[in-house]
Design a protein around this ligand. Sequence first.
Ligand code: C5P
Length: 225
Amino acid sequence: MLEDMEKCRNTAIIVAAGSGNRLGSDIPKQFLKLNGREILSYSVKSFQNHPDVDALVIVTSAEYFEHVSASYPDCHVVIGGSTRQESVTNGMQAITDGTELVLVHDAARPLVSHDIISECLEKLMHFDGVAPAIKPTDSMIMINGEDFDPLERSSLRIVQTPQCFHADTLNKAHNSGVVDTDEMGLVRRAVPSARLGFAEGSPANMKVTRALDLEILQLVLNAGT
Ligand code: C5P
């Protein structure tokens, strides 16, 4: 895949430079194992197997650079930054000029499906940016000091990755100086004219954050085998 970077229309950037310290493990969550396989390897495989993804960039920390380069020889590996946005910026610098679509995915979401990737790419025919999202199932509130305000659940969404964009839109956002926690938020503020849409996400496309998440993912994987 690396040799083909010259003619890669659609490139996935998998961000794997976080330290994942909310899990209480010395090993960052993307390098923990599920069914004997590194969490990062699941999403790498999903994007590599997708016929409309031409190239893969993995962004990782300096500490894991050699490990990732050796484990994923078909991917372009670059070193990330101290925030997720800096890591994505470094990944963007590794994509080639001819790139049309960029898919930014959290390495900590191992169970992204073929259908989610396909729907995001299809919707990019009508939008400048598309991300998978799901409806919350719990009641939602906003804490307001000692008080709280109930939120209308039907108009809320939980936004997942891959967050997918036309490369020129994402480049513009990253060069704007605006800072945000994810690409949809960043593009919305940095490029107000961008048309942003959503695809159907999945609860299985969850992000490993707490120790219990690993057990839930293990159950999901077992149910699928
Ligand atoms: O910390 P959080 O779960 O929000 O991180 C989401 C994704 O962003 C993870 O896959 C993590 O490895 C990545 N990340 C990164 N560089 C950072 C921080 C997070 O690539 N500096």
